[in-house]
Design a protein around this ligand. Structure first.
Ligand code: TXA
Ligand code: MG
Length: 339
């Protein structure tokens, strides 16, 4: 693993080049509407092994397989429940991953030994063109080093993957900014394993019966048996000690003025949150969608600024805000101060 990593503007010739690399068993940085991914041939065990090495990812954490059309699903899964068909019609292409029973065609390296596989059809044009150019389903986890914030720009990918992969397709900033919603199916119910841009109320348009898994908002122990292995790993962690402050703007300001000092920073909704208070901050937006777009960049920026401690304003816990809160909780190691 000692590549001269190139950042290539995504166009037809760079997509062709990236597809050539993937067909040769290499791993490429791929933009999607959610976050950048590390893409390789999902059906090639040794290519998939390279993803795990590049990321430093635990072997028991399965990868999502990306397809560009429904025909590609044939042969990858043994059954598609009726609710899944409805979800595909309603939300694909888009930021939704569905856990389905896998066929032998998906190597166990991709599914981390599980008998299921996560499938997603991204909407980002470059991702779709790359899958089409390869003519293969692409396994792609987020393109960060394991444990660090997910990348929402080609430069984020470069910061983590320089030397580890041959190239990154640059398609600008990701439109959504947090990873896809992950769901599984039980009888009539949909179980939410990871919240994302497709919200609980969006899913309820397909079925009333949506269960939010306990792992979405609660810490899971390292030894626990979980519905989705990703739940138990430390995630999105900047070097700084992040603490979520859950309360009104007034109580946040009071808390910061009494407790900041040293190299303490804040993560705020807007510039004016801290007016008159002497504490540097990174703004991550005032609507849930804006916060989703900016949260990972904000966490990376705090590290670049050398923040030791970060007081973060708590996002709303509904809509896309549930996804933002879920990521921030992990970045904070579940430290929340309720005021
Ligand atoms: O938006 C996304 O989904 C991005 C882009 C690149 O598409 N990908 C992504 O992959 O976030 P990753 O590997 O960072 O996260 C995949 C999550 C993990 O938490 C993993 O445990 C879970 O999905 N997962 C994958 N396959 C699963 C399965 N068969 N059963 C349960 N959970 C699964
Ligand atoms: Mg990830």
């Amino acid at each position: 693993m000692n590549y001269n990593t190139e950042i290539l503007t995504a166009d037809s010739s760079s997509i062709r080049k990236a597809a050539g690399l993937i067909k040769n068993g290499e791993v490429v940085g791929m933009p999607t509407e959610t976050v950048y991914g590390l893409a390789a041939n999902a059906l090639d065990e040794s290519a998939v092994a390279k993803i795990f090495i590049a990321k430093g990812r635990p072997q028991d954490n399965p990868l999502i397989v990306h397809i560009s059309c429904m025909e590609m699903l044939d042969g990858l899964v043994t059954a598609v429940p009726e609710t899944a068909v409805k979800c595909a019609e309603r939300f694909w292409p888009g930021p939704l991953t569905m856990i389905l029973p896998k066929t032998e065609k998906i190597p166990s390296a991709t599914s981390a030994g599980l008998d299921t596989v996560g499938i997603r059809m991204p909407s980002n044009k470059t991702a779709r063109a790359l899958i089409d150019a390869c003519g293969l389903p692409l396994a792609a986890p987020s393109a960060n080093l394991s444990g660090s914030p997910s990348p929402t720009s080609a430069l984020h990918v470069y910061d983590d993957m320089n030397g580890r992969i041959p190239c990154i397709l640059d398609d600008g900033r990701c439109a959504v900014g947090v990873e896809s919603t992950v769901i599984s199916f039980e009888d009539d119910a949909v179980r939410l394993l990871r919240p994302g841009f497709i919200s609980v109320s969006d899913l309820k348009e397909v079925t009333e019966n949506v269960i939010v898994d306990k792992g979405v908002l609660d810490a899971v122990s390292q030894n626990a048996v979980v519905a989705s292995p990703g739940m138990k790993y430390k995630h999105y962690s900047p070097n700084a000690d992040v603490i979520i402050i859950d309360g009104s703007l007034d109580s946040f300001r009071k808390y910061v003025s009494e407790n900041s000092g040293g190299n303490t920073w804040c993560m705020t909704f807007s510039e004016s949150d801290l007016s008159g208070i002497d504490c540097p901050s990174v703004v991550y937006g005032s609507s849930d969608k804006e916060q989703a777009r900016r949260i990972f960049d904000a966490l990376r920026e705090l590290d670049k600024n050398g923040a030791d401690k970060v007081f973060a304003r708590c996002p709303q816990k509904a809509g896309v805000g549930l996804a933002v809160y879920n990521r921030l909780l992990r970045a904070a190691g579940f430290q929340v101060i309720r005021l």
